[in-house]
Design a protein around this ligand. Structure first.
Ligand SMILES: Cc1ncc(COP(=O)(O)O)c(C=O)c1O
Length: 431
């Protein structure tokens, strides 16, 4: 464990004031929750909002609502995504069907989607991975002949607006996550949004049976959020980062997660959600642009296609090879740079699910599992960090072969120096 400035790969800060406001939710929880629901409706221009204990609980609620009026059970999801996604499908009684992804866009491989979709498909879960917007109109066009609804997984893209509208509101139904490292956080939480009255009627029936969080659980949640707020700061993050037993950043397949409504304390934490969301996404856009201006030509060409003006949750970059990915992650870890891989394997390789996908190939998902690295863009990142990360990246990308370990050690120990990026950041802040 090294005591040093240490960035989390992703973070959504909460202030002391937010924590104090959460106390109001302890006494007037239902009222606060109803207020947040109507604010979300107004902001995103949707007719119906349901607040749950997590993004996966939100997705499971949607799948249950769809399955309640259909005999179909197959749910198409990306072959590379958060393991919570298949967990939610299995929890809801669905059958996971995989569609390969395109490392160039992080979206579905649409030729593959066309092949896997069928008259027994219940729904398609379309990804907005890391804030990179999926092509929902294209997914809808493929789904339409079969009468299949498209669920937008906007867990990582709350507050992103594209030409079709707010991400999460373009498909038939969408959900956001309010988990620890998302665009904004309530410690954990999930939001279902839809404009479909029919679907909302089914969602209301399912939601009516979702229990409230117990008092003990609410208190535990509040303590966890307080600890998280303190420890996510770069001056303190070395501590949780050095404790593997916490399993930070791990993605697990576990369909036995609790399904609850969002509790009052968490709703209380969302009192200033609009300002926080806008600020958080502005920081993300600005930091992503600093990276893009710091990347050299060959790095700009690495997948996926990245464009300025996007509030990435973490900036994705597909490294030239597996070794380069590992080198960047090791250097990032040693220097506390918040650089990290995303999910360790395609969904088809999750031990509990792999028998279902025996003999099937997902080459796009394999590429991402082997070579995708994410760079931090959150509130706590500064220009100095971005300059250091870009410098480590330059060294690794420009070395065509595996770095000898002594060179890697030098790389991780080099003191940081000011750079153009740092200056650019300082002048941005001064504006
Ligand atoms: C793409 C994606 N979908 C769904 C989820 C589930 O959200 P939650 O962690 O709030 O259950 C996550 C969580 O990290 C996610 O990244």
């Amino acid at each position: 464990m090294k005591i040093q400035r240490h960035l989390a790969p992703t973070a959504a800060p909460l202030s002391l004031r937010d924590l104090l406001r959460a106390l109001l939710g302890l006494i007037r929880g239902r009222h606060v929750r109803a207020q947040i629901e109507s604010e979300i409706k107004r902001y995103f221009g949707v007719g119906h909002v349901f607040l749950l204990s997590s993004g996966r609980a939100a997705l499971a609620t949607i799948v249950r609502a769809l399955a309640a009026t259909s005999s179909r059970r197959k749910v198409i999801i990306p072959a590379y995504t958060c393991f919570s996604v298949p967990s939610a499908i299995v929890k809801a009684g669905g059958q996971v069907v995989l569609c390969d992804v395109d490392p160039h866009t992080l979206d579905f491989d649409f030729a593959n989607l066309q092949r896997v979709v069928g008259s027994d498909t219940l729904c398609i879960v379309s990804p907005h991975l890391l804030g990179q917007a999926a092509d929902i109109p294209r997914a809808k066009a493929i789904a339409k002949p079969y009468g299949i609804p498209v669920i937008e997984d906007a867990a990582q893209a709350m507050g992103r607006k594209i030409k079709e509208g707010w991400v999460g509101t373009i498909g038939d139904v969408g959900f956001f996550s309010l988990g620890r490292g998302k665009n904004i956080t309530a410690g954990s939480g999930g939001v279902v949004v839809t404009n479909s009255n029919d679907l909302a009627a089914m969602l209301s029936k399912i939601y009516a049976d979702v229990p409230e969080e117990s008092f003990l659980r609410r208190v535990i949640n509040a303590v966890v959020v307080c600890a998280m707020t303190l420890l996510i700061h770069p001056r303190a993050y070395w501590l949780p980062a050095g404790l593997p037993c916490l399993g930070l950043g791990e993605t697990v397949f576990d369909p036995n997660f609790p399904m609850r409504r969002l509790d009052g304390i968490r709703a209380g934490l969302l009192r200033t959600w609009r300002q926080r969301l806008e600020q958080s996404n502005e920081d993300r856009v600005r930091h992503a642009e600093l990276y893009l201006s710091g990347f050299r030509q060959d790095e700009k060409q690495l997948d996926p296609v990245r464009v300025p003006g996007v509030a990435y949750l973490r900036l994705p970059i597909v490294m030239p090879g597996v070794q380069e990915k590992q080198d960047l992650c090791v250097a990032g870890k040693n220097q506390g740079l918040g650089v990290s891989a995303l999910y360790p394997a395609p969904i088809s390789k999750i031990p509990e699910l792999r028998a279902m996908f025996e003999g099937q190939q997902y080459p796009g998902a394999e590429v991402l599992a082997d070579r995708l690295v994410t760079l931090p863009v959150h509130h706590y990142v500064d220009g100095h960090d971005i300059a250091r990360i870009c410098r480590v990246l330059h060294e690794i990308v420009s070395s065509a072969q595996h770095l000898p370990s002594d060179r890697l050690r030098r790389l991780t120990e080099r003191p940081a120096a000011p750079s153009k990026i740092r200056e650019a950041h300082a002048s941005n802040r001064g504006q």
